[in-house]
Design a protein around this ligand. Sequence first.
Ligand code: KG4
Ligand code: ZN
Length: 344
Amino acid sequence: MKVLGIESSCDETAASVVEDGHKILSNVIATQIPFHQIYKGVVPEIASRKHVEWILPVVKQALKEANLTIDDIDAVAAANRPGLMGALLVGLTFGKTLAWATNKPFIAVNHMLGHMYAAHLANTISYPYLGLLVSGGHSIIAKVTGFDELEVLGTTIDDAVGEAFDKVAKYYEFGYPGGVIIDKLAKEGDSNAAHFPMPQIKGDHRYDVSYSGLKTAAINQIDQFWTQGCERTPENIAASFQETAVNILLKRLFLAVKDTGLTTVVAGGGVAANSCLRAKLAARTDINCIFPPLKLCTDNGAMIAGVGYHFLKRGDRSGWDTTAKARVEGFRKGVSASQKAKFQ
Ligand code: KG4
Ligand code: ZN
């Protein structure tokens, strides 16, 4: 079964054809980075307009690279939540219209389920496992028992980890997008140049993380935490910030590994591309950690097609009245995403 997957939740216009939820026949990602770069962050209105301009050529390219025509496609899937409303609406409306006009089933996909599935496109992974979903909008530690069954154990109580990377990079004018630039700078820096404090979260937050304190420390209070004699270079700031950002996640993740006894960890989302996170997890030889290939960490259509295939196989379909949602209730702590993340 060949599924066309469309993703337009933020600043990438992406489309892909995936066969049987596993074999990527094409994966086209048109990035809008140059258009947002001058504003040092994503401008939602520009993102929506670029999606409108690019969606048709990107989908055509995905079919061309797969050596297929629309007649060869069995179903269309599109990300409809969470993300930028105007941006999501473009891919969703395009996908629904294409499916309706060609008489094919349509599947709306939660883009975070897509990120969780990305590693499955390149690996055979069995459930259950611990999911680490880390992106510009989410920092989730979850128990994953199926492609749409996520029980959120912990999440951020304020900023998402990717958001912290982006904000620190923006403040120090390292460039956009922040995560990948900090990652690169950090390779030349000293992670001991500053010792930022770890968050102390009180109460029922065993697996929760917090990034607003680190962000404030790195931006407004850096003098307080700087090691005397160390040079205040972008590389040193990046390395010290990244070290703490990753340690915050891992501290909670390792607790979840210990408590649940689940030793397979599957990562997903843009921050899963981070080299420090990858290296530190790889160093834990008692944990089987699976990362998506770099190209599948950030937003892409293949992960949407992959999830779409499994819904389709189960007999699920989305109605023509399916709409987009900027936020998703299902990814709160204590709420099983499988109940909430299906078809509203
Ligand atoms: O998954 P994604 O493409 O979009 C969202 O769903 O948010 O993730 C984008 C986020 C951004 O915050 C970006 O700075 C971060 O992922 N990111 C990274 C790296 N590559 C992308 N963060 C740290 N290290 C990286 N190498
Ligand atoms: Zn994403």
